[in-house]
Design a protein around this ligand. Structure first.
Ligand code: GTP
Ligand code: MG
Length: 577
């Protein structure tokens, strides 16, 4: 992915460009000259993965931005953006120069996904309107077309040799994580396990550009839903926004119809009131199902770029699943799923409290994926959401605790934070600045090692994980793994996990705990060797997880038990003479 932005110094000239443009066509030449100098400064900078974080404290007036403030900023940015498919041979500078006729371009970047695409952010929505007005309908001979217009467009070169004179940049990146082998090589060049964990987070987290694209896709889809429900919004949730998303993660979206004006209108004192006539349905669920069904059909039949649309309407949470080809995102669209937004906000808040939270979650999620503990395919595996809650719970158990309990976050909440969704109290403080942390100074390496030890010996058969209380509880039901849903206390978020998946998880925790206790694991092997060390060792294929029917020995301390268990397993695996 390549990116260009207008930093403060270049903004002045680009604002000037916009003003000149507004004065009329007579000044177009001057305007283009300025655009060109703007481009000279910005085109050609390769995207550096940016932390998906809100602006720093000093960049905002009242401290760090809340989850909702970040969401609102990104949504507004998405409304001013367009997605343009380009012929790869068209020169980037020419594209931007061409589009700048419609107004000041604040930022743009290109990427590859079934072709070359550019995300272009204009400074104002009027520029987008002007761009749409200037676009034509494709003429594909005898083919019939659905005349649906949107901010997803194509830029075609009409054979002008000049446009093709310079090849497009070779620096375009796919928006996926780097291959595991390359990542492991990269990690082995670091000097400590802590640095490896930090590096892993830096290279796999969502970039600024990827987040921008995610919100843009939501905004494009909102335009479709708005044809039926003009005041709706589509919000991303889950790992796209909770701070724990890695490049390539799916895009979970929520069609929000709750903010439609008139819902909470107080009855006026006069004798007459006016109401909209509305169709009645059996239940909220029926409404959700029928709305998603219609939108799913629309996506399938009218909307370019949406392929493989599946309507999964009988699930506990009905959804429409599809691929959005221009962005490369696998999308899940839900409606009436407000608790999930609250869960995303909670995870985001925990991630903001201490950098070690995100860094540890990224490493453990990566480790789990490498060993098939988590999977993209729904089934009996532990989900990333459950795993993240397990990491949070572990961090609450440290002494002193790294993060507070959800009950404590609820105590700190102000009146504006109050939130009750379908009878569930989802209230917790939204202002990070109000949260006082205890002074835990453990290193990432210590925490990682302790995480494995903690779950290698956790009493899963009797205990439930509960981040609301920050204490293990007696299990209310007989499922192998019980993780209480933070906001719907009667629900178990890991109900799907079967005994053998949990057993594999525990065995892998035992193995990784043991590996981290080996002195050899901690010795950097240096550049030029293919030997892995530190974090990378934990991602190597495991032998232990394949072995079943292990005997549990409870008398020795955990580390001793793990060591002897591994040694006995190794002996079992030795070929017999
Ligand atoms: P990825 O695997 O990277 O997509 O992580 P994710 O956090 O986005 O998980 P997923 O796409 O499976 O789910 C999206 C969001 O839905 C999660 O972040 C949670 O907010 C919510 N969610 C997922 N599973 C459950 C569950 O079992 N119970 C509840 N209450 N919410 C869930
Ligand atoms: Mg997801």
């Amino acid at each position: 992915m390549r990116t260009s932005s207008a930093p403060t110094s270049t903004m002045a000239s680009s604002v000037a460009v916009h003003r000149l443009h507004a004065r009329g066509r007579g000044n177009l030449f001057k305007c283009l000259k300025n655009v060109d100098s703007f481009l000279r400064r910005t085109v050609g900078t390769v995207a550096v993965p940016a932390r998906n974080e809100p602006p720093r404290k000093e960049e905002t007036e009242g401290g760090r931005l809340s989850f909702y403030a970040v969401q609102a900023q990104r949504q507004e940015q998405a409304e001013r953006s367009v997605l343009i498919g380009c012929t790869p041979t068209i020169n980037e500078k020419k594209i931007i120069k061409f589009l700048s006729r419609h107004g000041n371009i604040k930022k743009y970047f290109t990427y590859e996904s079934y072709g070359t695409y550019a995300v272009v952010e204009f400074a104002s929505q009027e520029s987008v309107a002007s761009l749409l007005e200037g676009a034509g309908i494709p003429n594909n001979g005898h083919e019939s077309m659905v005349p649906y217009k949107s901010r997803l467009m194509s830029l075609k070169s009409l054979g002008a040799a000049e446009l093709r004179s310079q090849p497009s940049s070779q620096d375009n990146h796919l928006q996926t994580t780097i291959p595991i082998n390359k990542l492991m090589q990269m990690l082995c060049l670091e000097e400590s396990i802590d640095q490896q964990i930090i590096r892993l987070t830096e290279v796999s987290q969502l970039t600024e550009e990827n987040s921008h694209l995610r919100f843009l896709v939501c905004s494009l889809l909102k335009d479709i839903a708005a044809a039926y429900f003009p005041e709706c919004s589509i919000q991303p949730f889950g790992s796209s926004v909770n701070g724990f998303g890695k490049l390539g993660c799916d895009l979970d979206m929520f069609l929000d119809l709750d903010n439609i004006s008139g819902r909470n209108l107080k009855t006026p004192k006069s004798a007459l009131t006016l109401e909209y006539q509305m169709k009645r349905a059996d239940s909220e669920r029926t409404v959700t199902q029928s709305i998603l069904s219609v939108i799913g059909k629309c996506l399938d039949q009218f909307v370019p770029g949406c392929v493989g649309v599946q309507k999964i309407l009988n699930a506990r949470c009905p959804l429409v699943r599809f691929s959005h080809q221009p962005s490369g995102f696998q999308c899940d669209l839900t409606a009436n799923n407000r608790v999930a937004i609250k869960s995303s906000e909670l995870l985001y808040l925990y991630g903001q409290l201490d950098p070690r939270v995100r860094q540890l979650v990224f490493s453990i999620r990566f480790w789990a994926r490498a060993h098939g503990v988590t999977s993209n395919i729904p089934g009996a595996c532990i989900t990333n959401f459950s795993l993240t809650v397990m990491v949070l719970f572990f961090l609450q158990q440290r002494s002193p605790a790294v993060i507070p309990t959800l009950n404590h976050l609820q105590e700190l909440a102000g009146p504006a934070d109050r939130s009750v969704i379908e009878g569930n109290d989802c209230t917790f403080v939204s202002d990070v600045e109000k949260i006082q942390l205890q002074n835990n100074t453990e290193t990432l390496e210590q925490l990682l090692s302790e995480f494995f030890e903690f779950y290698a010996t956790f009493a899963f058969s009797k205990k439930s994980i509960n981040i609301r209380k920050g204490k293990e509880q007696n299990k209310p039901e007989a499922t192998p793994l019980h993780i209480q849903n933070p906001f719907e206390s009667a629900l178990n978020v890991s109900k799907n996990v079967n005994g053998s998946q949990l057993e594999r998880f525990v065995a892998l925790c035992q193995e990784s705990s043991w590996l981290l206790q080996q002195r050899d694991t901690h010795v950097p092997k240096g550049a030029g060797t293919s030997a892995h060390w530190g974090l990378a060792t934990l991602f190597l294929p495991s032998s232990i997880a394949k072995v079943k029917n292990r005997k549990k020995r409870k008398a020795e301390p955990a580390s001793e038990r793990i060591k002897s268990l591994l040694e006995s397993l190794k002996a079992v695996n030795q070929p017999k003479n």
